[in-house]
Write a protein that binds this ligand. Structure first.
Ligand code: ATP
Ligand code: MG
Length: 453
């Protein structure tokens, strides 16, 4: 027995009391049936947007989608926390000449009509709090863990090619398989992806790499012929072997990339994408030496260029592009214990303090995805040292003395001499010759004075 949360039931009851039909529908009912927390509640009704707006004082109309949003506070005390409940009038859509947008959107007459235009059987179940309406047997598919289109698969993918990726995304999220006829139709229509906007592909693809079953989903994309239209550089990398004498790698580049993603502990979509693409420069840098050893000299530079192409293709923001390329560029960082503090600082400056956790997540995925253990004493020592060197001042402005101290002690006016003195002082602190403590620094300033005159 399932029940709707109080607020969802209240929305249905309000519409029903006013004489309309109303149901929770789509992802929210699906999530309720599998016991997963839902991201947003969607309702369908025969009331028109104007009629819905009248019934809910705190509602607004988004006429691009024909949806009315109702804001409900999460609790009486937390004013700023609001959930949005989306109510959409029954729809029927006809004509999708461009494989993306219906040419006309019309209000549907019945729940049956509304459910028939939905994408997959598991997304086409309605619930009013008492009765489940499930004309396409979505509950059976939930039990069998199958993604199956509503109606004729070919027609449904021709109508809207984004569904090709949505099928894989739901499989990746729930760990479901794609039903055979649906899968065959995906392969037959894979090329339609070229007609979908880069932004829509990006949104779905980032959801896929962030999903629980992301690694399996990448292989599904490959097997169904979709990967070629999203990340061809990954598709070809399955043909590049890495197994060679004196090297730890056992998997080809593509398999390693997918396994790295599988083992990446980060939830950040860009960090996960970086983990997936970090080695894609390898096919182009592949060299086999006379003794049979395989090398990929400079592959991180080529991978970075590929990462930049991918970012452009998927229309990532500047900030996302910067993060993606930075992680790929420096993913080969050495954790050798003989490195100096200065080398660690250089690494931190390149990657950025705020990205250290991200690049370590990539490294963990990379190690586990290459068959190594999650960590090593070297990596642990390196992490400890990264924290330690961050305690030390990074730039002149981290010194606990400043220009005013210099002016006072030397009795000089503002001028370039101040910067010169502070730089000299910072160099000594960075080299570990003196601690970054006020008394010690003031004393050293006094001592430095004669050499400056
Ligand atoms: P999520 O948990 O990611 O929000 P969802 O199933 O709620 O998953 P939405 O994109 O929010 O997905 O869409 C809500 C519902 O609208 C879907 O469950 C489905 O019934 C229908 N739907 C959404 N996109 C499409 C589409 N491209 N074609 C047909 N039906 C769609
Ligand atoms: Mg949703």
């Amino acid at each position: 027995m399932i029940t709707l949360p109080k607020n969802a039931q209240r929305i249905i009851d309000t519409l029903k009391k006013a004489g309309f039909e109303a149901y929770a529908v789509g992802g929210s009912v699906r999530d309720l049936l599998v016991g997963k927390e839902t991201k947003g509640w969607d309702f369908t009704t025969n009331a028109t947007p104007e009629e819905i707006l009248k019934l809910f004082p705190d509602s607004f109309y988004d006429n691009q989608f024909g949806t009315v949003g109702v804001k409900i506070r999460k609790s009486k005390t937390a004013e700023e926390l609001e959930d949005i409940y989306e109510i959409t009038t029954y729809r029927s859509e006809e004509g999708y000449k461009d494989h993306r947008h219906p040419d006309t959107i019309a209000w549907g007459k019945s729940l049956a009509e509304d459910l028939s235009r939905r994408d997959f059987t598991i997304n086409a179940i309605a619930f009013d709090g008492k009765t489940l309406t499930d004309p396409y047997h979505g509950q059976d598919d939930l039990k069998a863990k199958l993604i199956r289109t509503v109606g004729d698969s070919s027609l449904r993918f021709e109508e809207d090619a984004l569904r090709l990726l949505r099928a894989v995304r739901f499989a990746a999220t729930f760990g479901f398989a794609i039903e055979e006829k649906t899968a065959l139709a995906i392969t037959a229509h894979a090329k339609l992806l070229t007609e979908i906007s880069a932004e829509r592909i990006r949104d779905e693809f980032l959801k896929i790499v962030s999903a629980e079953h992301a690694a399996d989903a990448i292989l599904v994309l490959k097997n169904l012929g979709l990967l070629h239209f999203i990340l061809p550089e990954l598709e070809v990398s399955f043909a590049t072997p890495q197994k060679s004498p004196k090297r730890h790698h056992v998997y080809d580049v593509g398999t390693h990339s997918v396994l790295a993603l599988k083992n990446c502990p980060s939830n950040d979509p860009i960090v996960r994408l970086a983990t997936l693409v970090h080695d894609l420069g390898k096919p182009k840098t592949y060299r086999e030496l006379p003794d049979g050893v395989i090398t990929f000299y400079n592959h991180e530079v080529v991978s970075t260029k590929i990462a930049r192409d991918v970012a452009k293709r998927l229309r990532l923001s500047n900030k996302q592009t910067e993060l993606l390329t930075t992680l790929v560029r420096w993913h080969q960082f050495s954790v050798d214990e003989r490195q100096t503090d200065a080398a660690l600082r250089r690494f931190i400056r390149r990657v950025g303090k705020e990205n250290l956790e991200h690049i370590l997540a990539l490294r963990i995925g990379d190690r586990l995805g290459g068959g190594a253990s999650e960590t090593s004493w070297r990596l642990e020592l390196y992490k400890k040292r990264l924290l330690e060197v961050q305690q030390q001042p990074f730039t002149v402005s981290d010194l606990v003395v400043n220009g005013y101290d210099v002016m006072k002690i030397y009795d000089v006016a503002p001028g370039p001499i101040i910067g010169t003195v502070l730089d000299a002082l910072f160099a000594q602190v960075e080299a570990g010759a003196i601690p970054n403590e006020r008394e010690a620094l003031l004393k050293r300033l006094q001592e430095l004075r004669p050499t400056l005159n």
